[in-house]
Design a binder for this molecule. Structure first.
Ligand code: KG4
Ligand code: ZN
Length: 349
């Protein structure tokens, strides 16, 4: 059993948590959303500065609320990639410093591996293999989870991430930031069949379409064209109908690809993660499509789907249990493929 203190600062949440294997002892998340709202999106420099301001407080709270003494903490971890480099640096430097001071093993964690581990926090009995559909503001990935550190990315977006598409469409409809929750709320009152919007297929050179990859930039442009046309007809836009039609197109695209992956690879569990997992359209569409096929779909509670440090600690605890630790020379990386996760660790005999 491993108890890990982890820090997460890859984007706009400053988070610290203490987790024992798959049990959360404390989880502190300080969101910067309000700070970035006035700019309509995350400003990297502002994010780094705010992480610096909040980090010490978050660590203090996480340790205190966990009820653990430092002697009971077996390792210290932080997200090291992918993400905003300046923001990642704050958490990683704090974790390395603490590891040196307290003479504990240090672990750098891949942010997406953290999102995968979020499913274990709400379903401690879950075990690989399963398919993870990770849909956030920065990622849209279909990941074949084979074991700790063993992942194959089967599908991804070729341009905008699903959450980014929600945010951009909300901006062009002048609805505010972040757009996902606003569109989700509006879609309830709208007619999802009001407008036919494209699903964003990726053409293959040999003909046909990619079964797992997605594209959302064409869908966003289609919504832009639609609003421009509608504005020439009437000064008030049918915003709820546009939101519902757009959300349905995203839900259809993600569901189709996730089901295709699960079927092709013989996987019967689909665990969804990332902020877009909160979306009611996606939840309904995917669940309805998967159930008749005998597939189980897991949607963890939202607090585990959006960025948090508990999921990072949970991933680090599993690695630490297997004797994996990172060198203190490990730096941050804006990108690193999930298939290269084991490069972050050296195995101890
Ligand atoms: O996972 P997350 O908190 O942060 C990262 O991007 O890593 O995801 C944030 C994204 C934003 O783009 C936001 O608009 C979207 O998740 N989101 C939603 C919903 N709640 C959050 N998208 C659709 N429907 C929602 N209910
Ligand atoms: Zn994330």
């Amino acid at each position: 059993m491993a108890t890990v203190l982890a820090l997460e600062t890859s984007c706009d949440e400053t988070a610290a948590a203490v987790v024992r294997d798959r049990t959360i002892l404390s989880s502190v998340v300080s969101s910067q959303i309000e700070l970035h709202q006035r700019y309509g999106g995350v400003v990297p420099e502002v994010a780094s500065r705010q992480h610096l301001e909040t980090m010490n407080w978050a660590i203090g709270q996480a340790v205190e609320q966990s009820g653990c003494t430092w002697a009971e903490i077996d390792g210290i971890a932080a997200t090291c990639a992918p993400g905003l480099v300046g923001a990642l640096m704050v958490g990683l430097t704090a974790a390395k410093t603490l590891a040196m001071l307290r003479q504990k093993p240090f672990l750098g964690v891949h942010h997406l591996e953290g999102h995968i581990y979020a499913s274990y926090l709400s379903e401690p009995e879950l075990n690989p293999p399963f398919l993870c559909l990770l849909v956030s503001g920065g990622h849209t990935s279909l990941i074949y989870v084979k074991d700790c550190g063993q992942y194959e990315t089967l599908g991804q977006t070729r341009d905008d991430a699903a959450g980014e598409a929600f945010d951009k469409v909300a901006r062009l409809l002048k609805l505010g930031y972040p757009g996902g929750p606003i569109i989700d709320r509006l879609a309830i009152e709208g007619n999802a069949k009001a407008f036919a919007l494209p699903e964003g297929q990726i053409s293959l050179p040999e003909g046909g379409f990619h079964r797992y990859d997605s594209s959302f930039s064409g869908l966003k442009t289609a919504v832009l064209r639609l609003t421009q046309t509608l504005e020439t007809r009437s000064p008030t836009l049918p915003v709820a109908d546009i939101a519902a039609s757009f959300q349905a197109a995203v839900a259809r695209a993600l569901t189709k690809r996730a089901i295709a992956c699960a079927q092709d690879f013989g996987l019967t569990t689909i665990a969804v993660g990332g902020g877009v997992a909160a979306n009611r359209g996606l939840r309904q569409h995917l669940t309805e499509a998967a159930e008749p096929l005998g597939m189980r779909v897991l949607f963890p509670p939202l607090k585990f789907c959006t960025d948090n440090a508990a999921m990072i600690a949970c991933a680090a605890a599993d690695h630490l249990n297997r004797g994996h630790t990172s060198p203190l020379t490990l730096g941050v990386r804006s990108r690193i493929p999930l298939s290269d996760v084991m490069q972050l660790y050296r195995e101890q005999g």
